[in-house]
Each structure stands twice: as structure tokens, then as C-alpha cells.
Design a protein around this ligand. Structure first.
Ligand code: AMP
Ligand code: MG
Length: 522
């Protein structure tokens, strides 16, 4: 296996001097060297051909394939020193202290043919000094969900960590899925994820919380030097430019989540990347009936801190905690606050442009259009209305000849209870559609629909679809998983024969575990 490697991370930043897996507090270091723990019978369940091709890694073809052994943690990728990152974070609004990669191990930095550097990281690869009391492993259901969603998000055009492989380990992992005192053995799995780096907001918060300014300074300098081509790390203002860049790209990311109806579910500061990419897929979900207060995470059901509608505000709160960490490096807190203010400005700008494109309108810069958007949210809240299918159907509503009968027919598949349309909801819908037609007719229907189909996906990784693929995969069959992966590779294009992947969540899935909401157990 002849591959180009980079060692810039481990060569630039201080390592933990201890080498054992013993759970411990690690100070003065950005990471700890630790090897993945071998597994008994690795089997490749899914492989991202597109990502593999772009990295120049061929799909492992058989059990003894060298890459399969590397990606399951069984053999060391020669020339690398795997490591687990040290970071902290605010979890559910509280400072949680040191967390770190408790089950993720970075194999190394891979240099692709174009010279770009990617970290390859195994999630579920065994215990590290950051595992605390846990086993360092991951179950198939959560690994499959991470694999599926990373690749689906990429296909949607939403910035994300990627997933190269999904491998079952052949070893069982015990989890109490419902946290009800009934632990069960489940199949274990490992995902190889790929990103420019796995640096999180919490990476910087931890040394700041300890008053370790030299390490904080090193981490910041490193991040700017290696990940910010537009900022000169020697510039005295580099810190501010960097903070502002992170605020702005996080704002654009959250607008993208809103566009596709994605709810992360655990937006702790340790789960937010400095690159503005989606990271750490856990109990995520896709908004099915439009409900701003909906969270897929049952652990968050009480407070709904991480519900769909609060994601923009939570990202801002997280960025303010991160800015707080940076006060250890500058006395100009006013300037830091100005950088943070760029988050709200960028979010406003990005979300206005995003909703204009979802609605197929040139912009939202008139009072009538602003009102149309505000009233749309009220309309969607009146009765259970599928967020994805509503916007997709809206493209098919004719506007050129507004007099036509039943223009709202294309929206019917979005309604969970069509009977609800008999009364005032039906009237509100007709009224809103009539007003929409007046705004939308400024473009030919065909042009508007084509535009809207680029902003409004038809296929999203609905939890119940993922769960059906999991049910099969746990029985050793992967046809459903592969069909789903294939459908989600082209989320904006209608695929004949795949109609059932574009339907709203069926009634049976409403309360089944994993099909709507799910726990953090993974
Ligand atoms: P998460 O909620 O998945 O972002 O994880 C929060 C923290 O718990 C991180 O430090 C994880 O590495 C750690 N963690 C989660 N699951 C495990 C596990 N099975 N073994 C070790 N550490 C874990
Ligand atoms: Mg995490």
C-alpha cells in the first residue's frame, strides 16, 4: 500500500506523554497516541465508491484485503501513529470538562492526488484514554445511520464529514437502548469517516477552561496556518478573522440544515466543527411534519433544547462559548463580540436566500413576500404537513395561469391527515396558494420548478427508512441499505420505481423506536 501521508498534526501539536488506554485526565496535550483494538471478523457492509475514488483507495474486495484490515483497526497503516483527540465541551448548556475521542481514533492524514489532506478516523475502534467507563465501540444501527446520513448530506450539498466505509466487526456490543435496565447484545461496527480535521469548538474550550493559554495559542495558530488559506496566521488580526470565518460558515451550515429539514439532535459544543461541516451523527432526524419544536433525541424531549427551530440560536450560543475561550488570547473582547455578531448577519442573509430559493422566488425583498413566508409557517403548523414533500410539491403548483382549478393538488401528498383539509385548513391553503401564485408567476412555471427542484430534495434519510435498512442489516442482509444509499445519492432527481422512498412517514412508524425519535444510545 503505497500512499502519501502527512504528519502535520502530530508534528505541530503536543502529544500526551503517556501511551496507555487507561482513562485519565490529559493536560498540556492535544491528543494521545493510541492504536485501534483488533476485531474478530471484519466484513465490509458499505463503501463510498465516489469518496474512495477521489482518495485513490480501491474498494476492499475480500476479507484479507489490506485496506479492510486497516479500516477495521486490525492492522496498523504503515507509517502512521493513530491518535485520539483531547477536547471538552458544553453539553446541554453545561460545561462538561474533558471529553475527548472516547471511541474515535484517527489513523492518520491522507494526501490525495490533488495534494489535499484528509484525516481518516475510525469511529468505534476501541477504548482510548477518553473512554471514561465506556467500551469505545459502536453498534451497527448507529454506525449505519452515521454512514448513511454523511453520504446523504454530501449528496444534498450540505457540508459534512464523509464516510468511506461501514464495517461490521463480528463482535457483539452491549447497549441498553431504551435506558430501562435491559441491556442487549448488538452487532458492533466501525465507520471510517473523513474530514479536513475533526477539530471542534470544544477542542479550544478545554485548554481555555484550564488556563492553558500556550496550548490554546498553539491550537489556534495550527488551525489558521493549515486550514485557513485566506488568513495569514502571522497577521496580528488573524484570530479575529478566523473567529469571524467560523461564525459565518456555521451560519451558512445551519441555514442549510434548515433548507433540508435536518435536526442534529445533540448540538453540544464538542459536536460543532470549526470547518462549518456537520459532524458527529447521533440521534439526528429529519423534520417530517413541520414542527419547529420537534427534536429527534429522546434524551432532549423534556427541554427540546436541540429542536429544529432552535438550531440557529443554539449555534450562536455555542459560538459565544467558543468566543469566550478566545478571550484568553486577546483583551479586545469588543472585537470578538463584533465577530460573533457576524453570525446573526450571515444567518439572516443565508436563510433569506435559502427560503427564496425554496419558494422559487427571486428574492423575499417585499413586504408581500415576507408575509407569504411568515404565513407559510402558520399554514404548515395548522395540521401535520410534511416539510420535504410540501416544498417539493410547491414547485409543481402552476402559477402562470392562476385561474386554474385545484392548483394545490400537487401539495396533497404532504398532508398526514387529508381529512383535515375539509375545513379551515383547506381554506387557508387555498388562500395561501392564490397569493403564492401571484408572486411565483414572475417566472415561467418550468423555470421556477427546475430551480425549486435544486433546493427542495425529494428523498431524505428519514429515520424510518434508515431503521428498515438497519432491521435487515442486523439480519445480515444489505439490499435495503444499498437501495437506500443509491436513492439518496441523487436526492433531487425523481427516480422511477423508487416512489416509496419519497413518501411521508407511514403511520406504523410514528411511535416505533428508531423510526421517529431515538435515544443517544449508540
Ligand atoms: P457524543 O454524544 O457521541 O458526541 O459523545 C460524547 C462523548 O462521549 C465523547 O467524548 C465520546 O467519545 C464519548 N463516547 C460516546 N460513546 C462512547 C463509547 N461507547 N465509548 C467511549 N466513549 C464514548
Ligand atoms: Mg461527539
Amino acid at each position: 500500500m503505497s500512499i502519501a501521508l502527512s504528519h502535520r498534526y502530530t508534528e505541530s501539536l503536543p502529544a500526551d506523554s503517556e501511551r496507555s488506554r487507561q482513562p485519565r485526565i490529559v493536560e498540556g496535550a492535544a491528543y494521545s497516541f493510541v492504536d485501534p483494538d483488533p476485531v474478530s471478523q471484519p466484513r465490509l457492509l458499505a463503501w463510498s465508491t465516489a469518496l474512495g475514488d477521489s482518495l485513490g483507495i480501491a474498494r476492499p474486495s475480500e476479507d484479507q484485503d489490506a485496506w479492510l484490515q486497516v479500516l477495521s483497526g486490525n492492522t496498523r497503516w504503515s507509517g502512521t501513529s493513530p491518535y485520539a483527540n483531547c477536547y471538552g465541551g458544553h453539553q446541554f448548556g453545561q460545561w462538561a470538562g474533558q471529553l475527548g475521542d472516547g471511541r474515535a481514533i484517527t489513523l492518520g492524514e491522507f494526501v490525495d492526488r490533488s495534494g489535499s489532506i484528509h484525516e481518516l478516523q475510525l469511529k468505534g475502534a476501541g477504548r482510548t484514554p477518553y473512554s471514561r467507563g465506556a467500551d469505545g465501540r459502536a453498534v451497527l444501527r448507529s454506525s449505519l445511520r452515521e454512514y448513511l446520513c454523511s453520504e446523504a448530506m454530501h449528496a444534498l450539498g450540505v457540508p459534512t464529514t464523509r464516510a468511506l466505509s461501514l464495517i461490521t466487526t463480528g463482535d457483539d456490543v452491549v447497549r441498553d437502548m431504551f435506558y430501562d435496565g435491559n441491556p442487549q447484545a448488538e452487532p458492533g461496527a466501525i465507520v471510517c469517516r473523513v474530514a479536513p480535521s475533526f477539530l471542534r469548538l470544544g477542542t479550544f474550550e478545554l485548554p481555555a477552561s484550564r488556563g492553558d493559554t500556550p496550548l490554546l495559542r498553539q491550537l489556534v495558530d495550527y488551525s489558521i496556518e493549515h486550514h485557513e488559506p485566506d488568513i495569514d496566521h502571522r497577521d496580528p488580526d488573524a484570530l479575529f478573522a478566523w473567529y469571524e470565518a467560523i461564525c459565518r460558515r456555521t451560519a451558512r451550515l445551519i441555514a442549510e440544515w434548515t433548507r433540508v429539514g435536518f435536526v442534529h439532535g445533540v448540538m453540544n459544543t464538542d459536536n460543532l466543527s470549526i470547518h462549518g461541516i456537520t459532524i458527529d451523527y447521533g440521534p439526528y432526524g429529519w423534520l417530517e411534519p413541520y414542527e419547529p419544536g420537534w427534536t429527534p433525541n429522546t434524551t432532549d424531549a423534556q427541554t427540546s433544547r436541540y429542536c429544529f427551530g432552535r438550531q440557529p440560536a443554539i449555534a450562536q450560543w455555542n459560538l459565544s462559548r467558543f468566543g469566550g475561550a478566545l478571550t484568553h488570547l486577546t483583551s479586545d473582547t469588543e472585537r470578538l463580540e463584533q465577530c460573533l455578531a457576524s453570525y446573526a448577519e450571515e444567518y439572516e442573509h443565508a436563510s433569506q436566500a435559502m427560503f427564496a430559493s425554496k419558494l422559487g422566488l427571486v428574492d423575499l425583498q417585499s413586504e408581500a413576500r415576507q408575509q407569504l413566508l411568515t404565513d407559510l409557517f402558520d399554514l404548515l403548523s395548522m395540521t401535520e404537513t410534511d416539510y420535504t414533500l410540501f416544498f417539493r410539491g410547491l414547485g409543481a403548483v402552476p402559477a402562470e395561469r392562476p385561474g386554474e382549478a385545484e392548483p394545490q393538488a400537487a401539495l396533497m401528498p404532504a398532508y398526514y391527515d387529508p381529512a383535515a383539509l375539509q375545513g379551515e385548513v383547506g381554506q387557508a391553503l387555498r388562500d395561501w396558494v392564490a397569493r403564492y401564485q401571484l408572486e411565483a408567476k414572475q417566472q415561467p412555471d418550468a423555470v421556477r420548478q427546475a430551480d425549486m427542484q435544486r433546493s427542495n430534495p425529494l428523498y431524505v434519510a428519514r429515520n424510518y427508512l434508515a431503521q428498515l435498512a438497519i432491521d435487515e442489516a442486523e439480519q445480515g442482509r444489505t439490499e435495503e441499505l444499498h437501495r437506500l444509499i443509491q436513492v439518496l445519492e441523487n436526492p433531487y432527481t425523481e427516480q422511477p420505481g423508487m416512489e416509496r422512498y419519497a413518501e411521508k412517514r407511514p403511520e406504523w412508524a410514528r411511535h416505533r423506536a428508531g423510526c421517529s425519535a431515538l435515544s443517544c444510545s449508540s
